[in-house]
Ligand binder design. Structure first.
Ligand SMILES: Cc1cc2nc3c(=O)[nH]c(=O)nc-3n(C[C@H](O)[C@H](O)[C@H](O)COP(=O)(O)O)c2cc1C
Length: 187
């Protein structure tokens, strides 16, 4: 077995009682048996954002995230849909870096209480991640009616979602291998 591709999973909300945490944990746990992917969960709650600064100026205040993205082969973003957009805390976390993301793939996961599975927040994130130099995979993960999919304490109620998690991971794995080859071999 070769070294695993390293994929941070960014949980993009600080909300108390957030269901997106259950989704991020489910994806990370489900990928454990994969030969080629090693996932690690990052939580925007741990970023300890200052109230008087933003952007790359604060990247050295969160060295764990900075170093993770420097060595990352790809990224998964798990975002709830808040008023058809993404939480400010997720944007603040993403904005702390720039060149570290370039030519790495990102898979997007939208989480919603409603029936559209966060498809509107995913569309908004596509423009953001493109500007960061990330390459979006074409298999998103949409989690709709999330309060039915998980119990309050995070137990998965509907295992049919795991097939879609696998589809997202398969595509991310392919893109991670292809872009790693490109980063290592092309100027
Ligand atoms: C400020 C706010 C705005 C929201 N807007 C939407 C929305 O536009 N569409 C939707 O389906 N659900 C919306 N929701 C419900 C969330 O999708 C729901 O809380 C879901 O569980 C995912 O978010 P969570 O990780 O915070 O739990 C909103 C929730 C909050 C707190």
């Amino acid at each position: 077995m070769t070294d695993k591709l390293y994929i941070p999973v960014l949980l993009g909300t600080t909300r108390e009682g957030r269901y997106s945490e259950h989704v991020a944990r489910m994806i990370t746990a489900h990928a454990k048996d994969r030969d080629y992917l090693g996932l690690e969960l990052f939580d925007v709650r741990d970023f300890n954002f200052p109230l008087d600064d933003e952007g790359q100026a604060i990247k050295d205040k969160n060295t764990k995230w900075r170093d993770a993205i420097v060595k990352a082969d790809g990224l998964i973003i798990v975002s709830p849909e808040y008023n058809h957009g993404y939480p400010g805390s997720l944007k603040m976390a993403l904005d702390t870096l720039l060149k570290e993301y370039i030519h790495k793939p990102v898979a997007l996961c939208g989480v919603s209480a409603g029936g559209f599975g966060g498809c509107r927040v995913i569309e908004q994130l596509v423009g953001v991640v493109r500007e960061l130099g990330l390459a979006v995979t074409f298999r998103d993960l949409n989690v709709s009616h999330v309060q039915k999919m998980f119990s309050e304490d995070g137990v998965l109620q509907d295992e049919s979602v795991l097939k879609r998690v696998d589809e997202m991971l398969d595509e991310l794995e392919w893109m991670s291998k292809a872009l790693k080859w490109g980063r290592d071999n092309l100027k």
